[in-house]
Design a protein around this ligand. Structure first.
Ligand code: RB5
Length: 154
């Protein structure tokens, strides 16, 4: 069930630009409040820049979710996960999207524009939005991830 007031920050690099445009329109059609953090063309761009913009909005609770799209979805997730409070997961299929929400309480979905087509990306996004964090034993595990962020020296 999609909350109509759900705010989603979305971003991409050049390799994810076309898919980002498609996913952005899909989310808007579903009634989501979508903030486009760029990029706005397929000119070469560095994925950590958009990852930072989206991740900071989610971490600051200016957006409920983030969606990041690069060529594979890997670089975006690696970069976004450097921002405290972010649990970004690369989900290039619907099963991963479901488990990223149910088990990991992921708050940023990373997709690969070179890995999935627009139709598959729509299914992944819909699965992500419909899934809920299962809590219970998964809550304890996610809390341990948060505790890792709080350690500054190893
Ligand atoms: C850009 O060529 C590509 O490296 C980038 O989009 C992404 O896939 C990195 O993880």
């Amino acid at each position: 069930m999609v909350n109509e007031k759900l705010k989603i920050a979305i971003g991409s690099d050049h390799a994810g630009f076309r898919l980002k445009e498609s996913v952005r329109k899909h989310l808007a059609e579903k009634g989501c409040d979508v903030e486009d953090c760029g990029v706005h063309s397929d000119e070469p761009a560095d994925y950590p820049d958009s990852a930072q913009k989206v991740a900071v909005r989610v971490a600051a609770r200016q957006a409920g979710w983030g969606v990041l799209i690069c060529g594979t979805g890997l670089g975006m997730a690696i970069a976004a996960n450097k921002v405290p409070g972010i649990r970004a997961a690369t989900c290039n299929n619907t099963l991963l999207a479901r488990f990223a929400r149910e088990h990991n309480n992921a708050n940023v979905l990373a997709l690969g524009g070179r890995m999935v087509d627009a139709a598959e990306a729509r299914k992944i996004v819909d699965t992500w939005l419909a899934a809920e964090f299962a809590g219970g034993r998964h809550e304890r595990r996610v809390e341990k991830i948060t505790a890792l962020e709080e350690r500054s020296v190893y």
